[in-house]
Design a protein around this ligand. Structure first.
Ligand code: NAD
Ligand code: DAU
Length: 386
């Protein structure tokens, strides 16, 4: 079954087995939280925030380490946080999920593990149904079985927090409108269809079995550690390498961008103060047309690379559009703001500069993940387009 448990140490000999981890002394531990997908982009920021802010919690990061999972994202946490544990595994492996819940007496879940890239979902929708739908279902079932068992202690005080996306609502047609928590679901891509389906399963487990669930739907995230298949890191990497910048269609699609640490702060807020059974939309009222955002990325990257600002605009290359490309997403986060007091901490100008600086100062991180499989992905995804 591939049970590999490692704690935050590079020294392989010091790595205890899963069995040893289960025997750890738990007396001083206030909560035991399973974070799935913690080695990915958003997950790594959530793990860092929880490990640092809650030293009396134990944080179990369960990750399959797909192409998008990278333990380099958490090297600092592994070195500095004694409350951090890493478990290598697949959420679709229900026996492993059962063992984790029972073995570690998990009392909270923050579920981020997913296939997350729309373009990949267009090429291989089955992988998205497998992880995003069936994986979520196996996690729900394991939580339900354990929390309702004799040793699980009942549903009171437990929480299954599912991280979802604004893409489940589909594309906004009216330019003045926003997604709110009651907007109807209308997913358009295989990715968003799989996320919508997982949201429905989560709500169904709340309604049918009384599982204490909460869901949040967030807009586009940007920031350090994002895999360079997504627009912003892909463009920063191409600018530094003087490669074409593939703009889909006319570049007029609109996305609503939130700094990833502000998403992690919102997740912290909702995990601790959200109402069971509720949904919260997360966003920063920060809409950009792709082409305008791209120009900001180009100017800032050029400046930080010491090139004349705008010198890389000639790299812009309009390519055939993404199939079924949603025109506009925009979130209204009023409920989260008014009921739980969350608001973003960072202005976009500061966030984007901080982000670009991070990629340019961490070229080794970029170089590690843009060799090998990434080159093949890039050739397949963009080869026919440019
Ligand atoms: P990501 O692709 O960067 O990371 C996903 C992580 O999940 C990786 O570490 C990967 O190894 C892991 N994973 C994948 N399949 C797994 C499996 N079967 N078992 C265990 N681990 C597995 O994704 P992200 O951008 O960080 O997104 C995280 C979550 O947030 C997703 O659920 C996504 O739908 C949601 N979300 C993302 C955004 C965004 O802008 N990136 C916005 C809103 C919501
Ligand atoms: O809205 C939340 C969603 O945001 C998350 O649920 C997804 O996991 C996340 O990937 C993101 O989805 P998008 O499809 O909006 O992100 P992406 O970075 O792929 O694309 C952003 C916009 O840029 C989109 O309109 C497509 C366009 N684009 C993207 C790429 C990769 C290009 O023009 N060229 C590109 O090469």
């Amino acid at each position: 079954m591939g049970l590999i448990a490692t704690v935050g140490r590079k020294d392989k000999k010091a790595t205890p087995s899963l069995f040893e981890l289960m025997r750890e002394d738990d007396h001083a531990v206030k909560r035991k939280i399973l974070i799935t997908g913690g080695a990915g982009f958003i997950g790594s920021h959530v793990v860092r925030l929880f490990c640092r802010n809650y030293p009396d919690y134990r944080i179990y990061n369960l990750d399959k380490l797909t192409y998008a999972g990278n333990l380099e994202n958490l090297a600092d946490v592994a070195a500095e946080c004694p409350n951090y544990r890493f478990i290598h595994g697949d959420i679709c492996d229900i026996e492993l999920m059962r063992q984790l819940f029972a073995g570690y007496a998990i009392d909270g879940v923050i579920h981020l593990a997913a296939e997350s890239h729309v373009d990949r979902s267009i090429r291989d929708p089955f992988a998205f149904a497998q992880t995003n739908v069936l994986g979520t279902l196996s996690l729900l079932q394991a939580a339900r079985e354990y929390w309702s068992s004799d040793t699980g202690g009942g549903m009171a005080g437990k929480l299954f927090y599912h991280i979802s996306t604004d893409e489940v609502y589909g594309a906004l047609q009216d330019p003045e409108s926003f997604f709110v928590e009651t907007s109807p679901y209308d997913p358009q891509s295989p990715y968003s269809a799989s996320k919508a389906s997982s949201d429905h399963f989560v709500r169904a487990f709340g309604n049918t079995y009384g599982l204490p669930v909460v869901i949040s739907n967030c807009s586009n995230n940007y920031g350090p550690n994002q895999f360079p298949e997504k627009l912003i890191p892909l463009f920063i990497n191409n600018i530094r390498n003087n490669k074409p910048l593939p703009v889909y269609g006319t570049g007029e699609n609109v996305r609503d961008w939130l700094y990833v640490v502000d998403h992690a702060r919102a997740i912290d807020t909702i995990f601790h103060r959200g109402k069971v059974g509720e949904t919260y939309n997360i966003g920063g009222f920060n809409e950009w047309r792709n082409i305008d955002l791209i120009r900001v990325v180009i100017r800032t990257t050029d400046r930080l690379l010491g090139r004349p600002e705008g010198a890389s605009e000639g790299l812009i290359t309009y390519v055939p559009d993404r199939a079924g490309h949603d025109k506009r997403y925009a979130i209204d986060p009023t409920k989260l703001h008014e009921e739980l007091g969350w608001s973003p901490s960072l202005q976009f100008e500061e966030g984007i500069e901080r982000t670009i600086r991070w990629y340019l100062e961490n070229q080794a991180w970029l170089d590690h993940i843009t060799s090998g499989a990434y080159e093949r992905y890039y050739a397949e995804m963009y080869g026919g387009r440019e």
